[in-house]
Write a protein that binds this ligand. Structure first.
Ligand code: GLN
Length: 230
């Protein structure tokens, strides 16, 4: 049984990233994989999971989510091998420090050597990146910019938009994957949904699962490539 845990949707559900859980569940189900999508409510103990999904959220709720995850022993779950796929506020929370409201600085979960400071302007709009040979499309909406430590591998290279800093987006530290892309990003990028699914199942890859999502992905890539060239 693959247990996918959507973490605190009340706090980290502002940008529709709950769709990532639905996509993972459905792509697993269509392949005959036994799967469960579990909602972790902030008032309940953190459910056991094979993959934890952290979404985007507002500044206050993301601080509360850090405190709750600390209390729930989230870092231990990750140390014991659970996978994490995080978006935006989720990404910032995994780092050692973040500053999103004024100049106040908050301690993050410290699972990855990454620090988020407040950018001079908010990044709102399309985010297009490359992850190896694949194109990732999404949108971003955040006031922070993130610096990853020298030994940390970025998740993607930015083609359009800001991501962490206008050059790279997110990070990949073992089984902790993080990006600034909303969308939900796994609905927009079926290849990435399958990469997350494969990693959480401990497989190197999955057989393709053609669907309308592939056609929508191709047309989104074409539209953004054209706009970038204009
Ligand atoms: N609150 C964070 C910021 O503005 C994250 C926003 C988000 O998750 N989209 O930087």
């Amino acid at each position: 049984m693959l247990r996918i845990v959507q973490v605190y949707p009340e706090l980290l559900g502002t940008y529709g990233d709950g769709g990532n859980g639905l996509v993972l569940k459905e792509r697993a189900r269509r392949r005959g994989i036994d799967v469960e999508l579990i909602r972790a409510d902030m008032d309940d103990p953190l459910p056991a999971g094979d993959v934890y999904l952290l979404g985007g959220g507002e500044d206050g709720p993301q601080r509360l989510a850090v405190a709750l995850l600390e209390e729930a022993g989230f870092s231990r779950r990750v140390a014991n091998g659970a996978m994490v796929f995080a978006v935006c506020a989720g990404l910032q929370m995994l780092g050692s420090r973040f500053s999103v409201q004024g100049d106040d600085e908050y301690v993050g979960l410290g699972l990855v050597d990454a620090v988020t400071t407040r950018a001079p302007s908010r990044a709102v709009g399309d985010l297009m990146t490359t992850v190896g040979a694949s194109t990732m499309v999404g949108f971003e909406n955040h006031g922070g910019e993130t610096t990853i430590g020298a030994g940390v591998e970025p998740f993607a290279t930015v083609v359009r938009g800001r991501g962490n800093d206008g050059r790279v987006d997110g990070f990949r530290a073992g089984r902790i994957w993080a990006t600034y892309a909303h969308g939900p990003v796994l609905a927009l990028n079926p290849w990435l949904a399958d990469a997350v699914l494969a990693e959480s199942l401990g497989l190197s890859e999955l057989a393709p699962l053609p669907s309308v999502a592939d056609r929508l992905y191709e047309s989104r890539c074409r539209a953004l490539t054209k706009r970038s060239a204009d």
